[in-house]
Design a protein around this ligand. Structure first.
Ligand SMILES: *Cc1c(COP(=O)(O)O)cnc(C)c1O
Length: 480
């Protein structure tokens, strides 16, 4: 069994095992002609249930064969140009290499004595990101597991900065299309059930700042405390970007912490063409960045950035067994002092490898491509009488629905769109997402693959229309 431990005596086994795994995945990627096989949970469950975990196969090749059967064959492949559903990106090779390195060395970024140079690499990437945002000389931050955790940590700092014990008086303002992690965070932070004030959006799905000003005023008049405003730079559903400069002004006026959730829009930090769309982000007190969304990084790779490093002290606890207080005066850099996590992956290495091989411009050019593709897709949809498209994209998302001329019942149109999404998923020909707009079912393309073409978009729209028409035809038959 010791031959399975990675060490000085097993490097040949390591090399062979990992190479064999890489070969399998490479062969799979080369042969994948659809993003999905259409397998159902009921199809797959018996195959996984049948495996006796207490009877190991012992042999890597046999296990990879088995893995083909229970995972690789039916996985959802984000690199395929017709995977258009959620905020999942195809990943860049330098980052995948980083992933292989970081799990083999297995540094843990909580303390210097578990990571050494890893700590400094992470710090440099935090500084790089803060500089791209323009947060100023006192900025800092830390890598996190994802946008959800970054939002939670940012709101924790905002709560602590209010210096109030009376949590029931705290209010957080976020738009009606902000990410649900804002609500979850409020609950975890012990705020009251009414803590999150939902601000309406305009026609372009951007927070209405007149409404925000009104809500902040009401909050002040009621003797409540405006703890934070969460501005979303790239909403999950529409990619819409809240008006950051106006929101920054209101935050200053009312003394509220400004958090920018740029989990999706952060790709613009590297953009060569569209950086201006997030102007105003430099005025934030904290920013959420998901490199695993628009920097083409494997899950997980994320960070929370803050304007004032001192605010991170609200996440600091000292333990004798890990990071005793004396280490601060000894200037030993322990990232755990800034983090909600303890043991923590060296995810920063992936971004490091990416920047060192491709450079930020390389990433930005890829993200610009998908933004341009979305603009083309919007034109196609707007010109197509079969579809109704919601907002012109600020990033790379298109929300639309199939609207047959002959059908007027909105509930029937809902059902046709829901059916089309399901049928498409079952076919495996393409994967699209769905959401509700004003109570009605819509479909969504989140375009994060520069390999997707307008021809793919056209083909998938035809598939959707075909499935929806089939549904409506059968529904007519049923009615007769
Ligand atoms: C995806 C997303 C999040 C959550 O990020 P995770 O990495 O999935 O935890 C938060 N905010 C926005 C706007 C997002 O799109």
């Amino acid at each position: 069994m010791r031959s399975h431990l990675l060490n000085d005596t097993t490097t040949e086994h390591y090399r062979r095992s990992v190479t064999e795994g890489v070969e399998r995945v490479a062969a799979k990627l080369a042969a994948t002609d659809r993003p999905f096989t259409g397998v159902t949970a009921d199809d797959l469950a018996p195959r996984i249930d049948a495996i006796d975990l207490d009877r190991p196969l012992g042999d890597t090749t046999a296990v990879l064969d088995e893995l083909e059967d229970v995972y690789l064959r039916d996985a959802v492949y984000f690199h395929h140009p017709r995977y258009l559903a959620h905020l999942n990106c195809p990943v860049v090779i330098p980052a995948v290499l980083g992933e292989a390195v970081l799990s083999a060395v297995n540094s843990s970024l909580d303390t210097w004595d578990q990571s050494a140079g890893g700590t400094l690499i992470e710090r440099k990437l935090v500084d790089w990101t803060a500089a791209r945002i323009g947060l100023g000389p006192a900025a800092d931050g830390v890598f996190t597991s994802g946008g959800t955790q970054s939002n939670l940590q940012a709101l924790l700092l905002a709560r602590e900065e209010t210096k109030t014990q009376d949590l029931g008086r705290l209010r957080v303002f976020a738009s009606e299309v902000s990410h649900f992690s804002v609500q979850k965070s409020a609950k975890l932070l012990g705020l009251g059930p009414d803590a999150v004030v939902v601000v309406p959006v305009d026609h372009d799905k951007r927070m209405q700042t007149v409404a925000l000003a009104h809500e902040l005023e009401r909050c002040a008049e009621a003797g409540l405390i405006p703890m934070a405003v969460v501005a979303t730079a790239g909403t999950t559903d529409f990619g819409s970007i809240d008006p950051l400069p106006e929101i920054a002004g209101l935050c200053e006026q009312y003394g509220a912490w400004m958090h920018v959730d740029a989990a999706y829009g952060c790709g613009l930090l590297a953009s060569l063409k569209y950086r201006h769309r997030i102007d105003g982000i430099e005025r934030a007190d904290s920013v959420t960045i998901d490199y695993h969304k628009s920097f083409f990084q494997p899950v997980s790779s994320s960070a929370v950035l803050v304007r004032d490093a001192a605010t991170l002290r609200h996440a600091t606890y000292h333990a004798e067994y890990l990071n005793p207080r004396r280490m601060v005066t000894e200037r030993i850099p322990n990232q755990v002092d800034k983090s909600l996590q303890t043991t923590r992956r060296f995810d920063a290495l992936k971004l490091w490898m990416t920047l060192r091989v491709m450079g930020a411009d390389g990433i930005g050019a890829l993200f610009d491509e998908v933004c341009d593709l979305a603009a083309e897709g919007w034109k196609l949809l707007a010109a197509d009488p079969r579809f109704d498209v919601v907002v012109e994209p600020s990033l790379s998302t298109l929300v639309f629905r199939y609207v047959p001329a002959a059908v007027t019942d909105p509930a029937e149109i809902d059902r046709a769109n829901l059916y089309a999404r399901k049928a498409l998923f079952a076919s495996g020909d393409a994967v699209v997402a769905g959401t509700k707009v004003s109570g009605r079912h819509y479909l969504k393309f989140t375009l994060l693959n520069p390999e997707t073409t307008t021809a793919d978009i056209t083909a998938v729209l035809d598939l959707i229309a075909g499935h929806a028409e089939q549904y409506l035809g059968e529904s007519l038959d049923r009615a007769c």
